[in-house]
Design a protein around this ligand. Structure first.
Ligand code: ZN
Ligand code: ZN
Length: 310
């Protein structure tokens, strides 16, 4: 379960038409293949990124399925995985084999927040060992970013107003955790902690104040990566700092299937342990209760549906 499922359920996603089945992070076993599927067979254990690319458009031809012009998103553009079976389009291009050492529950939490954080830190963020990274917002994607930046040898400052989220961030290896309530002081505090500003800073909170603090805090030629979604046209970016320090501002949106193997490699050898983000498992029949609860109770960590229930 992801907060995007809650947004969809609330009616915030124009892709969704009723009746609908949500659920966009999944792992399972292939039980049937369509006539155009060549690479997969019954019995294969697979997962899929939440954005599946068509394989034909310009972005896909460049290997950027995560920003496909005709993207398939289970649980948004079509019925999703809060179900016993789910149909996945563009399977040859987008399915990812799950190694037998990785449990289905762990594989199921890779498709949205974890892969997005991985791409944000590694591909878009180009993190290098010895650098400082700042992560604003320690929900699922922010905590994954903390873990991934640490695994890449970076030192991490994690920012979140919620003490329980900060505790988890610290347990995942964040060097320093701060509450970030006062955004004006926040940039200065981060610059001090990191000896002149982080090399990489990610906004996983999707908050205008976090964007401003993140950009203000960066050291010369630093990179700001925007992962959290923001209200349209209401975010002020301090552009004089962007010019004066030659900063980079990049968005990050999911991760294409062909970049999964390097991430799987890091999971297999234990450098990444996404299972630490899994806080509880629930039954499918508990979803109608659990989904509305996401509106008022923020969960530090991820809940995974691993059985049908009564
Ligand atoms: Zn495409
Ligand atoms: Zn999601």
């Amino acid at each position: 379960m992801c907060r995007s499922d809650w947004h969809g359920w609330m009616g915030h996603d124009p892709d969704i038409t009723l009746p609908h089945v949500p659920g966009h992070e999944l792992a399972g076993m292939v039980v049937e293949v369509g006539s155009n599927v060549d690479l997969w067979a019954m019995g294969d254990r697979v997962t899929v990124p939440f954005v599946a690319g068509c394989g034909r458009c310009e972005a896909c031809r460049h290997g950027d399925e995560q920003v496909c012009a005709d993207q398939f998103q289970p649980g948004f553009t079509a019925w999703g995985s809060f179900a016993e079976y789910v149909a996945l389009r563009y399977a040859d291009r987008n399915l990812v084999r799950v190694p037998e050492q990785i449990s289905s529950a762990t594989a199921a939490l890779l498709g949205c927040r974890f892969a997005t954080a991985y791409r944000g830190v590694v591909a878009q963020g180009r993190i290098r060992s010895g650098e400082w990274a700042a992560v604003h917002g320690c929900g699922g994607v922010g905590l994954a970013a903390v873990m991934i930046a640490r695994a890449c040898g970076a030192q991490v400052v994690a920012v979140d107003p919620d003490p329980s989220a900060r505790t988890i961030a610290r347990s995942l290896g964040a060097e320093v955790v701060i509450d970030g309530v006062d955004a004006a002081d926040l940039a200065n505090a981060i610059r001090e902690i990191t000896g002149g500003g982080p090399h990489l800073s990610l906004d996983a909170a999707g908050h205008p104040a976090a964007v401003a603090a993140s950009v203000e805090s960066l050291r010369t030629r630093g990179r700001h990566i925007q992962i959290g979604l923001l209200p349209a046209n209401e975010t002020a970016v301090p552009m004089s700092v962007v010019v004066g320090r030659e900063l980079e501002i990049l968005g990050s949106h999911g991760m294409q299937a062909h970049r999964y193997p390097e991430m799987m490699e890091m999971i297999l050898d234990g450098r990444l342990q996404p299972q630490h983000l899994l806080t509880r498992t629930i039954t499918l029949s508990e979803i109608p209760q659990a989904l509305p609860e996401m509106g008022h109770a923020k969960e530090a960590g991820v809940a995974v549906v691993d059985r049908m229930g009564g």
